[in-house]
Design a protein around this ligand. Structure first.
Ligand code: CTP
Ligand code: MG
Length: 227
């Protein structure tokens, strides 16, 4: 069977405010490589993507250039103020025709070959990885006082990469008038397109808070110990 043409957009234009540090989290180093480089190396290993485009904050260009040394990527694209704008800019910058487009967070360095394969093999026009919520879920007010316990049945916490029919996702982005969507599947939902969830991967966590750097380092050490 002929391989599908799949393009990959890596959104890396965030400031990493919750993670803290002198530089945005995607440029911080764990086990000798920046998080962005871990992510890109994992993606490049997993599939012969038609093109890979990183969306970045131009202020971080020097950090970006150092991170991607030696890789052959499409030119980086300028990010926006929100993730949604960054992902839209990435979509508009794709130059080659593709059957499928994937959007991935730069801050998820442990994306697996298997997850990429399952997303590409999906028959749906929008497919995302999700993990069913096992903890009891509460809604609280800003003072941390509980308002209610949320029924967790059917609740998933979702990850990236997310895979879409390219034209459908572009159309969905073009139809929006607000810019606060935190993932691309939400954008598809707003135009009434169905989105399918496949089993996500606990290891594919997003580096978000300061303690996640340690967790990421431990993950790498454990993998090295397994070889
Ligand atoms: N992102 C982006 N453009 C933005 C905001 C986020 O490309 N304007 C990217 C981030 O670089 C990250 C991914 O979207 O790879 C997921 O976002 P998040 O984890 O929220 O990262 P940040 O926005 O950088 O972190 P924070 O919200 O803590 O500031
Ligand atoms: Mg953010």
């Amino acid at each position: 069977m002929q391989e599908k043409s799949v393009s990959m957009i890596v959104v890396a234009a965030g400031k990493g405010a919750r993670a803290g540090g002198r530089i945005p989290k995607q440029y911080q180093t764990i086990a000798g490589k920046t998080i962005l480089r871990h992510t890109l190396d994992a993606l490049i290993r997993s599939y012969p993507f038609t093109e890979i485009v990183c969306v970045i904050n131009p202020e971080d260009n020097h950090l970006y250039e150092k991170s991607v040394e030696g890789l052959s990527l499409s030119p980086a694209v300028k990010g926006g103020n929100t993730r949604q704008e960054s992902s839209f800019n990435g979509l508009k910058a794709l130059t080659a025709k593709c059957d499928l487009v994937m959007i991935h967070d730069a801050a998820r360095p442990f994306v697996s070959d298997n997850l990429i394969k399952e997303l590409i093999d999906s028959k749906a026009s929008a497919t995302i990885p999700g993990i069913s919520v096992t903890d009891t879920v509460k809604r609280a007010d800003p003072q941390m006082n509980i308002i209610e316990t949320v029924n967790r049945e059917g609740l998933y916490s979702v990850q990236t990469p997310q895979a879409f029919d390219y034209h459908m996702l572009l159309k969905a982005h073009q139809s929006l008038t607000t810019a606060s969507f935190t993932d691309d599947s939400m954008i598809m939902e707003t135009i009434g397109e169905g989105v399918t969830i496949i089993e996500g991967d606990e290891a594919n966590f997003k580096v978000t808070h300061p303690e996640d750097f340690k967790k990421a380092e431990m993950t790498i050490m454990n993998r090295l110990a397994d070889i």
